[in-house]
Design a protein around this ligand. Structure first.
Ligand code: FEO
Length: 170
């Protein structure tokens, strides 16, 4: 039987990941409105990945015969004035999600729930990649964002991002 706190945190993470998807949809919407379709595409795919993350937590709990309780998803409420603000909000959000994954991991560790720890290993690695991606995007924007031609090329580069399903299958 799964520990109560581990169960609660895993269930909450479904909501956090769905909120992440919602947040990135909002970012995508911001860039679409600014005419930067490549950036919009990049965040749209990010949103798809977050939905996948939510489904992994959902499926894991179901596979463990634990109840899943869906809560309401908060409204993304940030208003952005500059492109860079969006990118920085993305990095900040990923760092926050990393702290959540670490918290669940810590709770599972405390009760020797090795199965949950093994499940979370994939997310520990994924968060490292997501923070790297968010940082890279900020670096590129710092280098190229102020020159229209370079921004156009960066936008083209981000337009090429394609969705791939998560490597973790439950
Ligand atoms: Fe699912 Fe980007 O954290």
């Amino acid at each position: 039987m799964m520990d109560k706190k581990v169960h609660e945190l895993l269930n909450q993470q479904i909501n956090k990941e769905l909120y992440s998807a919602y947040l990135y949809l909002d970012f995508s919407n911001y860039f679409k409105a600014k005419g930067l379709d490549g950036f919009a595409n990049w965040y749209m795919i990010q949103a798809q990945e977050e939905r996948d993350h939510a489904m992994l937590f959902y499926t894991y709990l179901q596979n463990e015969n634990m109840t899943v309780t869906l809560e309401s998803i908060a409204k993304p409420d940030k208003v952005f004035n500059e492109h860079m603000d969006v990118l920085k909000a993305g990095l900040e959000h990923e760092e926050y999600v990393t702290s959540l994954i670490n918290e669940i991991y810590g709770a599972a560790y405390d009760v020797r729930d090795f199965r949950t720890m093994q499940f979370l290993d994939w997310f520990v690695k994924e968060q490292g990649e997501e923070e790297t991606n968010a940082n890279d995007l900020i670096s590129k924007m710092e280098l190229f964002g102020s020159d229209p031609k370079s921004l156009y090329m960066l936008n083209q580069e981000l337009a090429a991002r394609v969705y791939s399903a998560p490597s973790l299958v439950l």
